[in-house]
Design a protein. Structure first.
Length: 316
């Protein structure tokens, strides 16, 4: 097998996107292809070619990410895949070897990714950088502790109306939590719409929280309809929930937990120190469990350690 591994050209971007989707068992729509085109750059998309055909892919999006005490530009590795006809031939290993070399040439300090499987990326220098929390709660057992009272009002809005407040809230909150990326309209559109399988067919709802000072929180969610024998056992999936203050945060969770005809509320990749654990009367009913979240590879060891801040003074 005579393989060539190289960055792609502009005209090869669509075949690259199609190959990456096929490798993950998916088939993108025209709208999804266009969304990937807006995020991906040929100069940071590397492919394995078997003759004229793309059989392996990896791509990097460059974006600002918060770190302790500030932020740095990171390379966000994505679209890693090999067609099932070419698996176990060392293609992914070679792609993963070349991407850090490219990042080093670009003077990037850190490479990050979300792993499809935790066992894949340790051998390529990535380690577990953050932990996440998965929550699954029955709405009937979601009462809050005594003393909670609503602090503002909730408004359902369409996607376009939600964009500006979401970007503002993200900008206000993200530097407080390491590992959060800076959203702009292009990245927000990608994050909201990057879905697989049946998720693509379900609409995303947006709700904003507002008090006397203006909009201070948002939630994006989907609903999985399930009506066995004529009654609802539907699930509400929280895609994202952020607030600039504690009262808005509590109201947002109360809102999703009180949506009618919902039996369960689920949320993935929530912060490990999720305050909801202290808001509900029965925290055990959250069925909270830890999962791996962001994986990190230091490209420039000294630069990465200098870029962040520390709790105490000292030398390494």
């Amino acid at each position: 097998m005579d393989l060539q591994i190289r960055t792609i050209s502009e005209r090869e971007l669509v075949p690259f996107i199609l190959a990456a989707s096929t490798a993950s068992g998916d088939a993108p729509s025209d709208a999804e292809i266009e969304r990937e085109r807006r995020m991906a750059g040929p100069e940071r998309s590397m492919a394995a070619f078997d003759g004229p055909d793309i059989v392996g892919t990896s791509s990097v999006f460059t974006m600002p990410m918060s770190c302790p005490g500030g932020e740095i530009d990171v390379g966000f590795l994505t679209s890693v895949g090999v067609l099932p006809t070419h698996r176990r031939r060392g293609i992914n290993t070679e792609l993963m070897r070349r991407q850090p070399d490219d990042a080093h040439d670009r003077s990037e300090l850190v490479s990050v990714l979300y792993a499809s499987e935790g066992g894949i990326y340790g051998r390529f220098g990535y380690g577990l950088g953050t932990l996440g929390l998965v929550i699954e709660i029955e709405t009937a057992r979601s009462a809050f502790v005594r003393g909670y009272a609503p602090s503002g009002s909730m408004h359902l809005v369409d996607r376009q109306e939600a964009v500006k407040p979401i970007l503002a809230i993200n900008g206000s909150t993200r530097l407080d939590r390491p590992g959060m990326i800076q959203l702009d309209e292009r990245r927000l559109d990608y994050v909201v719409s990057h879905e697989h399988g049946e998720e693509k067919e379900r609409p995303t709802f947006f709700a904003l929280h507002e008090d006397d000072g203006g909009v201070d929180g948002f939630v994006a969610y989907k609903i999985r309809q399930d009506w066995p024998q004529g009654y609802s056992r539907s699930t509400l999936d929280v895609r994202d929930l952020q607030a600039t203050n504690a009262p808005a945060y509590a109201d947002l969770w109360r809102f999703v937990l009180d949506v009618d005809l919902i039996e369960r509320v689920e949320a993935w990749s929530r912060p490990l120190d999720e305050p909801l654990l202290h808001l509900v009367r029965e925290p055990r009913r959250l069925h909270a469990r830890m999962i791996d979240n962001l994986w990190v590879r230091l490209v420039d060891l000294e630069g990465a350690l200098r870029a962040r801040r520390y709790v105490t003074d000292g030398r390494l």
